[in-house]
Design a protein around this ligand. Structure first.
Ligand SMILES: Nc1ncnc2c1ncn2[C@@H]1O[C@H](COP(=O)(O)OP(=O)(O)OP(=O)(O)O)[C@@H](O)[C@H]1O
Ligand SMILES: [Mg+2]
Length: 211
């Protein structure tokens, strides 16, 4: 699996520059951690990699984002989730369904066996019949991760997810993602300090992505 960003710049729709001239090459599957201070552009970068910009957020983007040889600017909206998954920094922007099982099953037409399997793998079966809006922040992020993984994406981005998980879930999710990375997944863990990136990731400061 590969991910290449070449000279990517993003401005908001009022013309404010959000990230500038980002170039990054991840030539193989693995566990990567990108860190940098608040406001440096990590979430914007995550939106650019995942195709949310420009497909869902009408921001100005230049440069190229290529995932698994696919140009993310040219990919159709319904294909995006099969290429790049993303767990948002704020899960409330990403929860759409009233109950957890519906939320997880949405991308796979609510196939209940697959929903149960993925929930079991992540250790969240006990949440399946809970209303989504009662979940804690960390639980919501696990549900969104499960929903993303049902599509077996080639890249998954976790925007400040690990800092929302306790040690038990942090370890469990890390082990799961590491096993998937050994089978070809690129995992990108975003945090605001180096120390929050789990051990075992290749750590990349955001400042090093500038051309
Ligand atoms: N729509 C927008 N219009 C103007 N400025 C914006 C917009 N969205 C984000 N920004 C600004 O762009 C910069 C980068 O934001 P971004 O959310 O990508 O940072 P971040 O590194 O993820 O920060 P944090 O660590 O706090 O999550 C910030 O200064 C932010 O205020
Ligand atoms: Mg952010």
């Amino acid at each position: 699996m590969t991910l290449f960003l070449n000279n990517v710049s993003v401005s908001s729709n009022d013309g404010t520059p959000l990230i500038k001239n980002i170039t990054c090459s991840l030539p193989m599957a693995g566990m990567y951690g990108i860190y940098g201070p608040g406001g440096c552009g990590k979430t914007t970068l995550a939106y650019a990699i995942s195709g949310i910009i420009p497909k869902f957020l009408d921001y100005e983007i230049s440069g190229t984002v290529k995932t698994a040889d696919r140009d993310m600017a040219k990919i159709s909206k319904h294909e995006i989730g099969k290429v790049v998954g993303i767990v948002f920094q704020n899960p409330d922007y990403q929860i759409f369904f009233h109950s957890v099982d519906l939320e997880i099953g949405f991308p796979i037409s609510f196939d209940s066996k697959k929903v149960n399997d993925i929930a079991d793998t992540l250790g969240i079966s006990h949440l399946l019949n809970r209303p989504s809006d009662q979940l804690s922040y960390g639980e919501k992020k696990l549900v969104i991760l499960a929903s993303n993984l049902t599509l077996s994406p080639k890249v998954i981005i976790l925007d400040e997810v690990f800092s929302s998980l306790d040690e038990k879930y942090g370890q469990r999710i890390f082990t799961l993602l590491q096993a998937l990375s050994q089978k070809g997944l690129i995992v990108i863990i975003i945090e605001n300090t180096r120390g929050k990136i789990p051990l075992g990731c290749i750590k990349i400061p955001f400042s090093e992505l500038k051309k």
